[in-house]
Design a protein around this ligand. Structure first.
Ligand SMILES: N=c1c2ncn([C@@H]3O[C@H](COP(=O)(O)OP(=O)(O)OP(=O)(O)O)[C@@H](O)[C@H]3O)c2ncn1[C@@H]1O[C@H](COP(=O)(O)O)[C@@H](O)[C@H]1O
Length: 108
């Protein structure tokens, strides 16, 4: 297993999106097409991911999930939202749920 992360992919997306050639780079093509086209692709990949999950097709679920995460990073990049903002929001929720859990344990 490599140490490849969403943060690594975010960097590739940013680089291709700003400097890539639309003829050879899908990322550059999506950046020039804009948020409507990139958002549509994200929606399609989300639906394809759900279909794979409901069918119980594990290999397809892995493949569609990769498409989904990639297209989410493209939409975030076009929108000027860094992945770290999303992770910070997830971290805040985790911290909140930790507090809620302790409070409910104390009340039990
Ligand atoms: N992870 C991905 C990735 N996942 C999916 N895709 C592309 O997303 C596109 C759309 O997928 P679909 O299955 O919907 O293809 P399609 O039906 O032919 O597309 P449309 O007809 O809807 O236009 C395909 O061209 C896929 O190659 C990706 N393209 C790029 N990446 C990553 O981005 C990097 C840079 O890629 P380029 O920008 O192409 O250089 C790559 O090294 C990868 O790490």
């Amino acid at each position: 297993m490599s140490g490849f992360s969403l943060s690594d992919l975010e960097k590739i997306v940013a680089e291709r999106g700003s400097q890539g050639d639309s003829a050879s780079s899908w990322t550059a093509k999506l950046f020039s097409a804009g948020i409507d086209r990139a958002g549509k692709k994200l929606g399609e990949e989300a639906v394809e991911t759900v279909i794979a999950a409901v069918r119980g097709d594990r290999a397809e679920l892995v493949s569609e999930s990769a498409d989904l995460l990639y297209h989410l990073l493209v939409v975030l990049a076009i929108s000027g939202v860094p992945l770290s903002d999303v992770l910070a929001e997830l971290e805040r929720r985790t911290a909140r749920s930790g507090v809620a859990e302790k409070a409910s344990r104390a009340g039990a």
